[in-house]
Design a protein. Structure first.
Length: 299
């Protein structure tokens, strides 16, 4: 697995606002890397810098282990802003213009239209398209020239549920072809369903990064009580999948992984001579887990 993108300590200010603060990231090939954060967190600024639309105040980045160049740029497809398609032209004719601008083969138009499920509408005027179809055509344009990497900024923004579903499927289809996708979004569900890796940004600061499973899979909370809380805590610490035990009034609160079976835990405690008088598992939503990650950072 080779390195596709290396970001080293990027910072960017807009007047008095620090939009990006010493941001570093490494993206490997054949991954779908999500940059997740609320609006104003620095996602679009990051993508604009690595696509050479904006200049960073400090820091650097490399594509394919090389300094940015016209050659490396041709290996990158992007969807950063609303595409400038002509409303009265068909999908195929708009893509023909895009292909000529990019120097991409005209023959690839049919291939990308098929990939985004627009073959049946290739001769329809752009102005007749739904928002979802317009976004799929924009994805088709970004795929002209068969790039190795696709960089997408909020690709499902403004779409209805059907449009979101269609765009997600296309991104997964692209990834399954061995391409690397770098995707910015403020939608937690989108990152969880599509991305293999994630970096979480807030106010221009990277809070954490890693595999999506590591960073976004939440743990449940176990509320448990027994007559002797100290002994209960000592015994709980030895049970696999139980972590982060704290005392709250007359109960213990423990983070537990999905693999923990509460009935097995109860039997384990009884075998150790402890009879719990309160035992409740509380499921944590992904949203609440994300709020925990981002809570407490600087506003």
């Amino acid at each position: 697995m080779s390195s596709i993108l290396q970001i080293n300590n990027l910072s960017k200010r807009y007047g008095n606002t620090l939009a990006l603060d010493d941001f570093s990231l490494n993206v490997n090939s054949e991954s779908v890397y999500g940059i997740l954060g609320p609006n104003g967190s620095g996602k679009t600024t990051t993508l604009s810098i690595i696509l050479d639309v904006l200049k960073a105040d400090s820091g650097s980045y490399q594509w394919f282990d090389e300094l940015p160049s016209a050659t490396s740029r041709r290996r990158i497809g992007s969807l950063l802003e609303k595409p400038n398609f002509l409303p009265y032209l068909s999908a195929a004719k708009n893509l023909r213009i895009s292909a000529l601008i990019k120097g991409a083969p005209i023959e690839s138009i049919n291939t990308v239209l098929e990939l985004v499920d627009l073959t049946q509408r290739k001769h329809s005027a752009y102005q007749s398209f739904s928002l979802g179809m317009k976004q799929r055509l924009a994805l088709a344009s970004s795929l002209l020239g068969d790039p190795d990497v696709l960089v997408l900024d909020e690709p499902t923004n403004g779409l209805d549920p059907q449009g979101i579903f269609e765009v997600r499927n296309i991104i997964q289809r692209i990834a399954n072809q061995g391409k690397t996708v770098i995707l910015a979004s403020h939608i937690l569900d989108e990152i969880e369903k599509v991305c293999t890796h994630v970096a979480i940004l807030k106010n221009g600061v990277k809070l954490t990064d890693g595999t999506t499973r590591e960073k976004l899979v939440s743990s449940d909370t176990l509320e448990i009580a027994a007559p002797d809380l100290e002994e209960l805590q000592h015994v709980l610490n030895a049970f696999r999948g139980v972590d982060g035990i704290t005392r709250h009034d007359d109960k213990l609160l423990a983070s537990i992984s999905d693999e923990v079976d509460v009935s097995e835990l109860n039997v384990y405690l009884i075998n150790k001579g402890i009879k719990p008088n309160h035992l409740v598992r509380k499921k944590q939503t992904l949203e609440s887990h994300f709020m925990e990650i981002t809570r407490g950072d600087r506003e």
